[in-house]
Design a protein around this ligand. Structure first.
Ligand SMILES: *Cc1c(COP(=O)(O)O)cnc(C)c1O
Ligand code: SF4
Length: 347
């Protein structure tokens, strides 16, 4: 086992739940995720007036929230920052100028199925189409995942393309969420990538350590340590209330096992658009050994306009963070512009 503690103490972890989980446990937790808006509203004792809009919006993009994530929400609080990320609401039906289905120009970058190659030296693989949580602000609301490969052999053209381009040193597994693949499937895919000699880093972009912490099991940690390329994990948390209990413990397991772990957030109105919140998020992350990486300006995907924070506001927030935090705890405020050779800094 690679998890030898290195003395990082994360106050948000309660020892009682800092238990390692077996490989089937996370599938069970996934199966237990709440998918019915009425169940979510009942379990959180929310007002009945939320039911009808939630049912309607869930018809366009289904509700999905794991019980572990739900357990971190405050019952009776319709403004809970975690609830706001997952509760379908009427505002999603608003048609807003400048918001579109393919907000980041992925449609153009997809020459080979499952492969996005927009940035130098890096190739991004859409390794899985699904997620354990459906974030209401997600570009995935409209992404044509049905067109991505499903069987492992369907990946061969993408893998061949990576193998044929010696300038590619890093493969990014993204999605959807690549950790939705079973342990077995993930291992097969990772081994095929690891067999390409010029790939020296494997980066995994996943929200599962945050929303379904059971996923960070021994099989996963062993896999990440056994492969040739160095593994890097990029998780996605938006609010300090996410980094508690089993989630904080999962992040610690990753970090203490020696996997460099970074976080990306999305700047979201009513969730984390306050300097106190963003500062607390950075502090909570580093208590678990996780470095804040990006703060993304919202992709302008239709149905998510009510989450948008003006860039001028975002810049003020970042200025405030610079005053209050050490530099390494201030995330890079970026936005994705279709056709640009990298994420574009907002400054
Ligand atoms: C964000 C992204 C990357 C990685 O960018 P980094 O700045 O290295 O984190 C790579 N490929 C695509 C298509 C991306 O959207
Ligand atoms: S976890 Fe990421 S990809 Fe999945 S719904 Fe949320 S934002 Fe979208």
């Amino acid at each position: 086992m690679p998890t030898s503690p290195r003395g990082i103490s994360c106050p948000a972890v309660s020892p009682a739940i800092d238990a390692h989980s077996g490989s089937s446990d996370w599938r069970r937790s996934l199966a237990q995720a709440v998918r019915d808006p009425d169940e979510l509203i009942t379990r959180l004792e929310l007002h009945d007036s939320l039911r009808e809009p939630a049912r309607r919006a869930a018809e366009t993009f289904p509700l999905m929230v794991p019980v572990s994530f739900l357990a971190r929400m405050e019952p009776g609080n319709p403004h809970d920052p975690l609830l706001r990320q997952v509760l379908p609401v009427g505002a999603e039906e608003i048609i807003a100028e400048g918001f579109a289905a393919d907000a980041v120009g992925d449609g153009n970058a997809r020459a080979i199925p499952g492969l996005l190659q927009k940035y130098e030296g890096r190739a991004l693989l859409i390794a899985a189409g699904s997620c354990a949580v459906n974030c209401r602000y997600c570009f995935r609301r409209h992404y044509p995942y049905g067109e991505e490969p499903r069987r492992l052999d369907d990946w061969q053209p993408a893998l061949d393309a990576i193998a044929g381009d010696p300038t590619l040193h890093e493969v990014i597994l993204s999605g959807g969420d690549p950790l939705m693949l079973t342990d077995h499937r993930l291992r097969e895919m990772v081994e095929r990538i690891a067999a390409i000699p010029h790939v020296t880093r494997l980066r995994i972009h996943s929200r599962l350590p945050i929303v379904l912490p059971d996923r960070v099991n021994d099989d996963l940690l062993n896999l990440l340590h056994e492969i040739g390329p160095a593994a890097v994990m990029v998780v996605h948390a938006n609010h300090p209330n996410e980094i508690v209990g089993d989630c904080a413990a999962a992040l610690q397991r990753l970090v203490q096992s020696g996997i460099p772990t970074l976080n990306q957030s999305v700047l979201l109105r009513g969730v984390n658009d306050a300097a106190d919140t963003l500062a607390a998020l950075s502090e909570r992350l580093i208590e678990c050994g996780v470095i804040p990486y990006y703060l993304h300006q919202l992709d302008r995907v239709s149905g998510a306009a009510h989450f948008e924070v003006a860039e001028a506001t975002g810049l003020k927030l970042i200025d405030e963070l610079r005053r209050r935090l050490p530099g390494y705890l201030v995330p890079r405020y970026v936005r994705e512009i279709a056709g640009e050779p990298s994420k574009s800094p907002i400054s």
